[in-house]
Write a protein that binds this ligand. Structure first.
Ligand SMILES: Nc1ncnc2c1ncn2[C@@H]1O[C@H](COP(=O)(O)OP(=O)(O)OP(=O)(O)O)[C@@H](O)[C@H]1O
Length: 799
């Protein structure tokens, strides 16, 4: 009874709750001693029974009362009459040699009293009983004839009667089948992964074809979703490890939440330890597929460079030399350390699972009911200390999973090569408008993005943590998928060294201001001019879209390709423009608002017309990544940063400070963070790709962006030719005089035009003497007081 009470009362406390009479430590101590001695006594009695049972047999046949009261009756059993009687009762009249398993229950119970928990008591009792029944039947069935002259019933009276009854009922064969069937039933329900174990035995075959093996593991994944033990294809020897460890055993405190489906199924008893590690690896099939590029129908913009060849995959390197998989020892030792550390803080866990990624392994744990999640979250540093590892990150809880994740770096991280990522099926068959392949997730899946959906990307990370490699990965993946007619880069590189490698593909893939020599922009004044020029390009693209009644660049280009838009009316095929700014902090420090404003404008409006920005910075402080920038860059990538504050600045949450560097990154697209190992592409690889492109036929020049003259001081009103005034000039003049407000934004709003166009109109109004000069943040003074004077001025001056 006491046992039952113990196992049932497991709600919140991770420790075994003692019956009331054991609340007193002294009684508990004595009870523990008593139970230990009793266990040893019974053990000795059982063992002794084998040797002395024959001699004692006749004495044990007399009545029990007589046996114990008559001191003249002596038995051979080492434990006296009581031991002999109990042994005879339990072994011969009970379950035969299977009765030894009762000793196991006694050991578990004794250890429990001493505070050591190795197994769920309830399950220990149930399974021991079931095992006893089955084993005694088996023993009787097999040995009833051969031991008929012995004093010992190997299966006990219980087994004898049941097996005799079964043989009479269904014969020897039927009984054999039933015994086998009941064994399988016991194992199937008793051990979580027995089914997959049996399957593996059935399926075991020589492994000669790794591709076929990959297929198999994928198929198994789908089939066995709840078991989800998938073999890593890159290490066949590893399969054996997984086979050995692919069993989840849970401790007594099994949660009943339905979110943890597996725990219900795993009503198994651990014989080895109280908690075993389940290892999960997901590996994508790295299939090299031919690069597919959609051909255009009526008008093909790629026809200008119709012989253009996309770079072949063999220009990239495999970087496999120092790749190694995570050993089972490493996994087990990390698991033990995690479990131990948590236990020290009285946090019991019921299940633990490991997913091996390229550079980190995710240990997913299910805490016992009643454990506060925040308690585990606060142990980040303690776990890091016990594992002696940097880069531990705790995700509590993992969104949508009901588990808690502990990410632990692998001892030998794997390099994810760009070649691998580019040749992956996922990337090659992606239908994204601007496909970017970034690397591999924790579950070894290729991680791709569509830049048009972002629509802009903010990349931050301390120096040397993989930002430049990340930018190269983005550019390389776009070069592998896009035709020069479909994509142009605007590369801004104040550091002057990082992006210069792409200058050779200027005539294929770059855009620049007219008259500029260098396509890679390094000078701060040219950066301002280029960004403003992009604003003009943006306005003009909006005008084109409006004229074409298209909502976005995709619709517009489709109409253009179908020859629905006449180039004579100014229509043209619009390539995507990807603006990459390598050291954004430098720009903000030197030019401040002058760069921030056009960047914010482009970020706000450019999505629909195919201009996308990627800005990178080493210094993720709030004066660099301002509120305006943050608001307009919802998609962010963080490489390792120095502090939690920096991490919060980029991601709005901590985490990036716990990354391990060398391309380890966190990507925040929605509110969720994804940890990805960035693909590695080395400079010689990028050079090989750019050289391959450069050698091919090109456009005569880089794509020219619209000219930007700027609001420079020498650009006085005299320079403005009013004969070439804007068509909205007169309406704008009437608006300004009518409202007596000379603001650019007022004109912009009233006529639904871009900021630059409105700015040009205001300049023309100034040249015509309608408004005064620029006065910083104040609106310009309106120099014409009434409409009559305005009409006069318009007719006199502007003719
Ligand atoms: N994805 C990656 N996989 C493996 N190693 C990497 C990866 N990314 C970067 N590294 C290693 O880190 C080094 C520094 O990377 P990188 O030049 O990209 O840093 P960075 O953040 O751009 O630094 P800085 O801001 O100073 O230019 C690389 O030379 C390379 O050895």
């Amino acid at each position: 009874m006491a046992k039952k009470k113990i196992t049932n009362n497991t709600k919140a406390k991770p420790r075994f709750s003692t019956p009331k009479f054991l609340a007193d430590e002294r009684i508990k101590f004595l009870f523990g001693i008593t139970l230990s001695l009793f266990t040893i006594y019974i053990g000795l009695a059982f063992v002794s029974f084998f040797f002395t049972g024959g001699a004692d047999q006749s004495k044990l046949d007399i009545k029990w009362l007589e046996l114990i009261t008559d001191s003249k009756v002596r038995v051979e059993n080492w434990t006296g009459k009581t031991g002999a009687y109990i042994s005879n009762l339990v072994i011969n009249k009970g379950f035969g040699i299977a009765s030894f398993s009762f000793l196991y229950v006694l050991v578990v119970l004794t250890l429990r009293i001493w505070g050591v928990k190795i197994q769920s008591l309830r399950k220990t009792i149930i399974y021991t009983l079931l095992f006893c029944i089955w084993f005694s039947v088996l023993m009787s069935f097999l040995f009833v004839q051969s031991t008929s002259h012995s004093f010992l019933f190997l299966g006990g009276v219980h087994g004898y009667f049941i097996s005799e009854w079964l043989i009479s009922l269904i014969g020897n064969i039927g009984t054999l089948f039933l015994v086998v069937l009941s064994f399988l039933t016991l194992v199937t329900f008793g051990f979580q992964n027995s089914i997959s174990f049996f399957k593996k035995i059935v399926k075991s075959k020589p492994k000669t074809d790794p591709i076929a093996d990959n297929d198999l593991s994928k198929a198994e994944k789908v089939e066995n979703e709840t078991e989800s033990i998938i073999q890593p294809p890159h290490s066949i020897s590893h399969e054996q490890d997984i086979e050995d460890t692919g069993v989840i055993l849970e401790s007594e405190f099994l949660p009943k939440e339905e979110s943890i489906k597996k725990t219900k199924a795993s009503e198994a008893e651990a014989v080895k330890k109280d908690l075993e590690l389940k290892i999960e690896t997901v590996s994508e099939k790295e299939e090299i597929v031919s690069i597919k590029h959609t051909s255009m129908e009526d008008f093909d913009p790629t026809l200008d460079l119709s012989n253009y060849q996309y770079p072949p995959i063999n220009l990239l390197e495999a970087h496999h030399s120092n790749n190694s998989s995570v050993s089972k020892e490493e996994l087990e030792s990390n698991k033990d350390k995690i479990v131990e550390t948590l236990r020290q803080y009285k946090i019991e866990i019921t299940q633990i699972k490991a997913t091996i990624g390229p550079t980190i392994t995710l240990y997913e744990i299910v805490p016992a009911p009643g454990i506060r999640i925040s308690k585990i979250k606060n142990l980040e540093d303690d776990i890091a200390l016990s594992l002696s590892a940097l880069g531990i990150r705790i995700i509590a809880p993992i969104p949508g999973k009901g588990t808690i994740g502990i990410e632990v770096p692998n001892r030998t991280p794997e390099i994810v090569s760009m070649k691998n990522i580019i040749s992956s099926k996922k990337f090659q068959e992606s239908t994204h408008a601007l496909p970017v392949a970034l690397g591999k997730t924790i579950s070894n899946e290729t991680y791709t993005l569509d830049l048009t959906k972002m629509p802009h990307l903010l990349v931050a990370g301390a120096t040397g943590q993989g930002k430049s490699v990340g930018l190269n990965a983005i550019i390389t993946s776009l070069l592998y998928k896009m035709h020069p007619s479909q994509l142009k880069f605007v590369l801004i590189d104040p550091k002057k060294v990082e992006l210069s490698i792409y200058s050779t593909i200027e005539k294929h893939f770059l855009a620049k201001l007219p008259g500029e020599e260098e396509a890679i922009i390094t000078d701060i004044h040219k950066v301002i001019a280029t960004l403003n020029s992009l604003c003009i390009e943006m306005d003009s693209r909006y005008d084109l879209l409006k004229k074409a009644h298209a909502r976005n660049i995709k619709e517009y280009n489709t109409k253009f390709v179908k020859r629905g838009l006449n180039p004579e009316n100014g229509h043209r095929y619009l390539p995507y423009i990807v603006v990459i700014i390598d050291e954004f902090a430098d720009l903000i420090m030197t030019a401040g608002k002058e760069v921030e404003t056009p960047i914010a404008r482009i970020a706000q409006l450019a999505r629909a017309i195919g201009i996308h920005m990627i800005i990178a910075t080493q210094r993720p402080s709030t004066n660099i990544i301002t509120g305006i920038i943050k608001a307009n860059f919802p998609a962010r990538i963080a490489f390792k940063v120095a502090s939690m504050i920096d991490s919060r600045t980029i991601l709005d949450s901590p985490g990036a400070n716990h990354l391990i560097g060398r391309g380890d990154m966190l990507i925040s697209l929605t509110s969720e963070l994804v940890r990805v190992q960035c693909a590695f592409v080395d400079t010689p690889e990028v050079e090989a790709v750019t050289e391959f492109i450069q050698k091919q036929q090109s456009y005569p020049t880089a794509m020219y962006l619209p000219e930007y003259t700027g609001e420079s001081s020498e650009n006085t009103s005299l320079d403005i030719d009013l004969k070439k005034r804007d068509t909205l000039f007169e309406d704008a003049a009437r608006l300004v005089v009518g409202s007596q407000q000379g603001s650019t934004s007022g004109i912009q709003r009233r006529f639904s035009i871009g900021y630059n166009r409105a700015g040009r109109i205001v300049d023309q109004l100034e040249a015509a003497g309608i408004v005064g000069p620029f006065e910083g943040s104040k609106a310009r003074q309106v120099l014409v007081q009434d409409e009559y004077s305005l009409e006069k001025l318009l007719s006199d001056v502007l003719k």
